[in-house]
Design a protein around this ligand. Sequence first.
Ligand code: ATP
Length: 206
Amino acid sequence: MIGIFGGTFDPVHYGHLRSALEVKEIFGLTEIRLLPSAQPPHREQPIATALMRVQMLELAIKNQPGFIIDTRELDRAGHSYMVDTLKSFRQEFPEQSLLLFIGTDAFKNLTTWHRWQQLFDYAHIVVMTRPGFQLQELDGYFAAKKANDITELVQIPAGGLFFQPITQLEISATAIRKMIAEKRNPGFLLPDAVIEYIRQHALYEK
Ligand code: ATP
């Protein structure tokens, strides 16, 4: 099974890294692919360039077996829709189970994503919930896709919906950028090597 963890990573922080490691262990993934987005259709443009966000990811995952930076959205021109990204993953890995990890907030907006129903043609969707999270009643479309056990996701390569509680550290890239702009110390929220990179490139200072 291959996991896909998308984000802007502007900058990558321990909230991302800790959840990626947890899902890698829980699902026994051979690979967890961190997928920096080029032009997120749903939000403001990143402050750091694509190259910088990739370089920060490289520093962050150095020596982490099974962690891979996947630049396919950066390599493609124009908007990056997740459905196109998953289609390209499926072409590369025709047989494997693919797991797309998204946060609870993203799941709430899922039906606004471009051709969202086709996401399930290419991958399973795993919603990373906070421990103790109570699932609201799902509408019929999602209820029919919901898997109750991880083994169900292994048996078919795509098409399932799964809710997995994950430790959520109270860390956000927005808060880190604000802290740096206010000349406060972001130590212990993200790897030291990334902090050093941010300092050297004078990123997020205003
Ligand atoms: P920003 O503050 O700029 O919006 P962010 O910190 O939320 O950024 P993103 O790159 O937008 O980071 O997040 C990508 C993915 O990482 C999303 O699926 C999101 O749910 C997840 N994520 C972000 N922060 C955390 C966290 N602290 N713990 C667990 N998952 C997180």
